[in-house]
Design a protein around this ligand. Structure first.
Ligand SMILES: C[S@@+](CC[C@H](N)C(=O)[O-])C[C@H]1O[C@@H](n2cnc3c(N)ncnc32)[C@H](O)[C@@H]1O
Length: 400
């Protein structure tokens, strides 16, 4: 991604016991007042400092660092960061650059990688000395991550998680108890709380239930299709009602030479579009690593070696050639990090306009109250309703 391109913009000074750093979110959104770090990051950093938990050769694993709020202040300890998000990966890279920190100071791995392979060689036993976990919104994601991280834990590992109090429930603590070992919590501070877990080597740990699968009643050779989804993926246990309306109205036309499933999730829209448009080149994009991997798995399950497609973990349509796409399918996310906003939808629509060829079509599904119609009309000069039900509207705009 064009890291340099986004160097200017809203950034703020994060003052910590480990030093002061200029941090920005990624991508920079001019109107946002949201900072690149939160109270849980500050709580975790203070706790580490006050309890002198870090030393020069510590083997440090950080899970779900958003934009470097943990890894940048702790860069002297050469942390390994595990994240599912392309935007987080880019945010950390931008903040390393802006603070003149060597890129090698932080090693970033994706959410399906085993942290052990990177931690090997950093400590005598290949285990993490300290693991910091930012609690994700999705319980399924946390469950999957605890399973993956467990292999890098030993009885001497310090495991501390942090998150907003509103995201920490008894079910959250139950997961730690079930997968890691005995778990307690701190008092709340600035609406954030810490979780302390002790590794229990003798714990009988249940199997990781992820990835999940559901049957899609779209017949392929007389059989229902099975859609698999890794833990972080949207609507991973059943088809979303909006996606259902979209699927029922997906177009087929020889004019569609290149089709993009934008924000593909498990790739269900692109997959059915590919079946209906057998000659089209298919591109799937998502900022979530687990989403892209799920889309690859599902596409390969249907087409095997018989058909290729491009899969991009990227920000919206970055990496897709301008004026090259005939049809874009889009079910935009409408909340991000719990802040309801339509920034991403707007970015998806404007980038779609750039990526589409003349007469190319953008099809968008959305909850009726989101009023995408006005935005699309404003951008494209046209917007038709293709289908609607009591909750969702499927819209189409053409690049003229
Ligand atoms: C509402 S879900 C739709 C998923 C799938 N298309 C469906 O209909 O089931 C929105 C998707 O957009 C992805 N997304 C969010 N922000 C993105 C970004 N900046 N670039 C690309 N994808 C993004 C999310 O990870 C999520 O998979």
């Amino acid at each position: 991604m064009a890291v340099e391109q986004l160097n200017t913009g809203l950034d703020a000074l994060m003052e910590t016991s480990f030093g002061c750093y200029q941090l920005q979110r990624y991508p920079v959104r001019k109107k946002t007042t949201l900072k690149a770090w939160d109270a849980a990051d500050e709580y975790l950093l203070d706790y580490l400092y006050d309890n002198e938990l870090l030393h020069r050769d510590v083997s440090l694993l950080i899970v779900n660092d958003s934009f470097g709020g943990l890894s940048i202040p702790l860069n002297h300890y050469q942390p390994v960061v595990m994240t599912d998000s392309y935007l987080s990966m880019q945010g950390i890279s931008v903040n390393l650059k802006n603070n003149n920190i060597d890129y090698d100071a932080v090693t970033i791995i994706n959410s399906l990688e085993a942290p052990g392979s990177v931690l090997d060689g950093r400590s005598d036993n290949g285990l993490a000395d300290v693991v910091l976990i930012k609690i994700p919104k999705s319980l399924a994601m946390l469950e999957d991550q605890l399973h993956r991280v467990r292999a890098s834990l030993g009885t001497s590992t310090t495991i501390i998680a942090g998150g907003k109090t509103k995201h920490i429930h008894s079910s959250t603590l139950e997961l730690f108890n079930k997968i890691i070992g005995p778990t307690t919590t701190s008092l709340a501070r600035k609406k954030a709380r810490l979780i302390f877990s002790k590794f229990d080597a003798d714990l009988v740990v249940p199997q990781n239930p992820h990835p999940a699968a559901y049957k899609l009643d779209y017949l392929l050779d007389g059989e229902d299709m099975e859609m698999i989804s890794h833990a972080a993926v949207f609507s991973r246990e059943k088809l979303d009602a909006g996606t259902r309306l979209f699927l029922d109205n997906l177009p087929a036309d020889e004019r569609y030479k290149t089709i993009v499933d934008l924000g593909c999730g498990n790739g269900v829209l692109g997959l059915v579009a590919a079946i209906k448009n057998p000659a089209a080149n298919m591109i799937f994009t998502d900022e979530s690593y687990m989403a892209v991997e799920s889309a690859i798995d599902n596409f390969c399950a249907v087409f095997g070696e018989t058909r290729g497609a491009e899969f991009l973990q990227t920000d919206c349509l970055y990496g897709v050639t301008d004026n090259s796409v005939s049809l874009i399918l889009c079910n935009p996310p409408f909340h991000h990090n719990n802040a309801m906003n339509d920034d991403i939808a707007w970015q998806m629509f404007t980038e779609s306009r750039t990526a589409l060829e003349p007469q190319g079509e953008l099809w968008v599904i959305g909850n009726r109250h989101l009023a995408y119609h006005a935005k699309l009309k404003h951008l494209f000069g046209n917007c038709d309703v293709v289908a609607s039900d009591n909750k969702f509207t499927l819209l189409k705009s053409i690049k003229i």
